[in-house]
Ligand binder design. Structure first.
Ligand code: ATP
Length: 234
């Protein structure tokens, strides 16, 4: 469904991504793991059309989307849930959701989709008129995911969904991601918590210093010596 080949990203003189290859099949959860600064967020940003690529190729559903704008990527069915959630703190839950669908849905479609979202995330129904900034980290993560789902994407790019959450909330968010996969959504997951990522993913790619250094099934990576020593504290 998504194929990234020899991706390169530069920020001026800094070469943040030097060579990343990865593929995500329909219905899969693929994890992109690696240390701080390895280039994971930059890779997601480039796929979402938010960060310019300086080399390589991004193909989605067989179409070359390299360098496509964020709006084009969004219209073709990819939604990004950014690191740090980036929900609008001074807007209510309802308003945050509405913004998620604003580009793609007319008023009645948006209303119907909002209803589906609050069914899926009952906590958002409880806090429907509450300002986003008053939600806990975990609730904000739910809102960020629901906002991304408003546009009815076929694939979501999740950037560090566990960051800053209490352990119980991490479990809730990861159960939700598994349910989304079960409902047919395709997921590319960036996660610093490698053990957690490998538990939920079908396959994974390890990034180090802007390069994809290892790829395989989650099971293969969980038993790889490199992954165990570098990321699982073995
Ligand atoms: P983290 O988990 O810390 O976000 P990451 O693996 O997602 O790490 P990136 O955020 O993609 O990594 O960063 C990769 C490299 O690019 C880092 O060296 C970072 O400092 C650099 N970088 C990221 N964004 C910018 C920017 N806007 N301008 C300059 N350098 C940047």
């Amino acid at each position: 469904m998504l194929k990234v080949e020899a991706l390169r990203i530069r920020y001026g003189e800094v070469e943040a991504v030097r060579r990343v290859d990865l593929a995500v099949g329909r219905g899969e959860i693929v994890a992109l793991v690696g240390a701080n600064g390895a280039g994971k967020s930059s890779t997601l940003g480039a796929i979402a059309g938010l960060i310019p690529v300086s080399g390589g190729k991004v193909t989605f559903d067989g179409r070359d989307m390299t360098g496509a704008a964020a709006e084009t990527m969004s219209r073709s069915g990819i939604a990004l849930v950014p690191e740090g959630r980036r929900i609008f703190a001074s807007l209510t839950v309802a308003e945050n959701l509405r913004l998620g669908g604003a580009m793609h849905l007319n008023a009645s479609e948006a209303k119907a989709r909002e209803e589906e979202m609050v069914e899926l995330f009952p906590i958002l129904k409880t806090y429907y008129r509450v300002k986003g900034g008053n939600l806990s980290g975990g609730e904000q993560q739910m809102l960020a995911i629901a906002r991304a789902l408003m546009s009815k994407p076929r694939m979501i790019l999740l950037d560090e969904p566990s960051l800053g959450l209490a352990p119980q909330m991490i479990d809730t968010v990861f159960d939700l991601i598994a349910n989304l996969q079960a409902s047919g959504l395709t997921v590319l997951l960036v996660e610093q918590n490698v053990a957690l990522a490998l538990e939920i993913a079908d396959r994974a790619t390890v990034l180090a210093n802007g390069e994809a250094v290892l790829a395989g099934t989650a099971k293969e990576l969980a038993s790889s010596e490199l992954v165990r020593q570098a990321y699982l504290g073995a």
